[in-house]
Design a protein around this ligand. Sequence first.
Ligand code: FAD
Length: 414
Amino acid sequence: MKEPSTLIVGAGVVGVCTAYYLAKRGHRVTILESGRLEEGASKGNAGIIALGHPPLPRPGLVWKTIKWMLNRGSPLYVPPRIDFGLIAWMWNFRNACTDAHFRQCMRILAEWGWATGKCWDQIIDDEKIECEYHRTGWLDVFRTEEGMKHGRLEADLLGEHGFNVEMIGGDELRRREPAFRKEIVGAAHYTDSRFANPGKFVGQLADRVRRMGVQVHEQTKVIEFVRANGRVGGVRTSNGRRIDADTIVLAAGVWTMELAGKLGVRVPMQAGKGYHVNITAPPQCPSVACVLNETYVAVTPMAGGLRLAGTVELSGINHRLMQKRVDMLSAGARQYLEGIDQTKIINSWCGLRPCTADGLPVIGWAPRAANVFIATGHAKYGFAYGPITGQLASECILGERPSLDISAMRVDRF
Ligand SMILES: Cc1cc2nc3c(=O)[nH]c(=O)nc-3n(C[C@H](O)[C@H](O)[C@H](O)COP(=O)(O)OP(=O)(O)OC[C@H]3O[C@@H](n4cnc5c(N)ncnc54)[C@H](O)[C@@H]3O)c2cc1C
């Protein structure tokens, strides 16, 4: 008798981590990826593994969001257009900005945060992955007293869930990280978190899973499902192949929405487009990943230089690069760091975060397609939460009870 097999659609961090945990247990796995391994949100993100951090929807955000929405120069930009999917998503997002929902998300994300931290350490140590992995935490850096005041509240919130946060003043920050300008008032150091080079992590983990027997097919887009008796027997690909499997995992990021739709399954998401620029190292480089609080720019030491990343643009599923938003990254960094003007831009990039309106991922079996498992919707935390998602997905696929409660992530909540 043939062993059961799983076909994973999407070689982002979620797909590759799911393949890893399945292959470790001796399961037969194939991954299909429409693009190339070195492309995609999982490889171009800021690489911050922020454990237990708050979800996108939060109390008080509605008015701020409305104010930002139409301004191309704000951290969140929504080009005006008639898009019923977007209108419904915004309505649901608004409904999720309640205190009760926020607290529920925080409980879940904190529990998942501790668990994903362990997964990260295990994968890095067991697989000897060299991806500039640092267990030194990250810094939330404040330019204003007002920002620092909010930062303290956020630090207290994470403290309630057992995370260690050290508040440091501007002078102490500059003693540790001389790259910061003299007007910076302080930082919160989230010491339990980590950061890494996402391209290296996903690329090397994909190499490891190949060696474990997983077949990884790049430039192979899934275009159709082959259905029989309420199950999905396999898929058809853009290069004319049919590939059968016992279980199908949709880990295709924001594109999961369209794929699931072909099976009559609703996974409403918006593409939260974000940008990065990789720049050469300034004369003084921060040694720890940071988020520049007031400008929402993430700064990560990577590959000998810096990656500046951030901004959210809800402009649909496309990779159109808006130069004004790319420029916001360097402008945002310049306000905090010395020497940005002496750096050179190596490349600019944009990628799509798969964002649900309620701020929680979608993890579970699909209704109406018994053997299809969906794992997506991690918005701005997909890199951090990829490993725990892979572990939980593998447990479900192997018929075990998942080691964490995933009921809040179920697919039929929409
Ligand atoms: C600028 C930016 C900064 C970010 N910073 C961070 C951060 O610091 N920390 C963090 O935790 N997260 C961060 N994120 C979010 C994180 O990158 C995403 O949440 C994560 O990459 C989602 O992973 P995924 O595997 O679900 O999807 P993706 O990475 O989008 O992967 C899905 C893959 O599926 C493939 N695919 C799609 N359709 C098909 C098909 N039909 N057939 C075959 N393959 C298909 C796609 O080509 C893609 O490679 C950031 C995102 C951006 C854009």
